[in-house]
Design a protein around this ligand. Structure first.
Ligand code: C5P
Length: 227
């Protein structure tokens, strides 16, 4: 299991200060929409400059027509990003086109699909997808798998079932982790490291428990010792 640190601080300066503090650790860094829209590829280059061994997960959740998604995926791959994601609800044609386009790229990033956004409750999810969350999320995971996508973003509670419905090699990346049962903030269903291990999770995403801790490096070290 690998640790992915969410760089969700409000400014580039604060994100870079955090990364400096944890630079000796073998971790992935998650860059989301806010940081990327504000700080762009130059920010990703700065992360690699701090430690070239850092792996970067660009969490932009692409969702558009197939050709536009494939164009964006190609740009992301050409920059050398290690992992990015798309929305499974963009459909199998779009996911296949993304994966086909990446075959021509020198360096192939890992591509994940988002199944159901956790911000949905059942009522609002039904209004959009006309189906319950659990069965639609499983369907999206199967669609992604059949389209050649490498894995999904999902809740740690669903990781094992998704692998059973697809393949044990199908990657699961799970946010909503409170490594040692810390304060959950706005996360509703939180899992700790032990549960993530039982559920065969491949990547845990941890934000606040690291960047709000007094000594982020010590927190990262403690998590890495437990995974
Ligand atoms: O601070 P915390 O550990 O809760 O951060 C989790 C990270 O994972 C945040 O960047 C959040 O946007 C992201 N995320 C999530 N739930 C999802 C998808 C992404 O918490 N379903």
């Amino acid at each position: 299991m690998k640790l992915c640190v969410a760089l969700d601080l409000p400014s580039e300066k604060e994100n870079l200060e955090l990364v400096q503090k944890i630079k000796e650790h073998d971790v992935w860094l998650k860059v989301g929409l806010r940081a990327f829209i504000r700080d762009g590829y130059a920010f990703l280059a700065q992360l690699k400059a701090i430690n070239p061994n850092f792996k970067i997960f660009l969490d932009l959740k692409l969702h558009d027509i197939p050709n536009t998604m494939a164009d964006a995926a190609q740009e992301i791959a050409q920059f050398g990003v290690d992992m990015f994601n798309v929305h499974a609800s963009a459909g199998k044609v779009a996911m296949r086109e993304v994966m086909q386009r990446l075959q021509g790229c020198e360096k192939q990033p890992i591509v994940l699909a988002v199944t159901a956004l956790t911000s949905f409750d059942e009522t609002n999810f039904q209004a959009v997808y006309n189906q319950d969350i659990a069965s639609k999320a499983t369907q999206f995971a199967k669609d992604a798998f059949e389209s050649g996508i490498h894995g999904v973003v999902c809740s740690a509670f669903e990781s094992k079932a998704i692998k059973e419905n697809t393949s044990q090699e199908f990657i699961t990346l799970c946010p909503g982790i409170r490594p040692f049962g810390e304060e959950s903030g706005d996360q509703k269903r939180v899992a700790n490291v032990a549960l993530a291990q039982q559920e065969l999770v491949d990547f845990i995403v941890v934000g606040r428990p690291i960047y709000q801790s007094v000594e982020p490096s010590k927190t990262v070290k403690a998590i890495l010792e437990n995974i």
